[in-house]
Unconditional design. Structure first.
Length: 169
């Protein structure tokens, strides 16, 4: 069995983040607001800037990178919250706990950054995503927004809801 590791990428590891991000966009284009064609054109400085705006978590199984997640402080909804976003795991390993490990790592990173809550936006009709988030303690809030992806709108999604996880602090 291969060892599972998760670590925060530093700015000078922008290429690892870029490669995983582009892989995620190619494999799951409907899950992201961005598109691979646009992001493939980004230069090194833009990728470095992105690294500095958010915490980028990389999960590896043995020597293979198998998923990513991003975390940023976001006090738009709550005074003391971080937002988990761009969570993606390679399809071959879905259902094996990789996403859960990324949620735990993101929660710990959010606590280190002073957050008391972790926010995760989920499509209200995306039953598997709501179930996943609920299974890790995320609870729906009253906050809603229009879907941020064309795919979400095209699939009849009418809104996304903020789900929140109270952290231990």
């Amino acid at each position: 069995m291969s060892e599972i590791t998760i670590r925060t990428l530093a700015e000078d590891e922008w290429e690892q983040y870029r490669d995983m991000r582009l892989r995620a966009l190619r494999e799951s284009p409907d899950a992201f607001v961005a598109d691979v064609e646009t992001e493939e054109q980004y230069d090194e400085q833009l990728w470095r800037d992105r690294m500095n705006r958010s915490t980028r978590l990389l999960i590896r199984k043995g020597s293979e990178s198998v998923g990513i997640a991003s975390l940023r402080m976001d006090e738009a909804l709550f005074d003391d919250a971080a937002e988990l976003f761009s969570l993606w795991v390679t399809p071959e390993l879905r259902g094996e706990g990789m996403a859960a490990k990324l949620v735990v790592a993101a929660s710990e990173a959010a606590e280190r950054q002073g957050a008391r809550q972790l926010v995760y936006w989920v499509g209200t009709e995306n039953v598997p995503a709501v179930a996943f988030a609920s299974s890790y303690g995320f609870r729906p809030t009253e906050h809603r927004r229009e879907p941020r992806t064309d795919a979400g709108r095209a699939n009849g999604m009418t809104e996304e809801m903020a789900m929140v996880l109270a952290l231990r602090r």
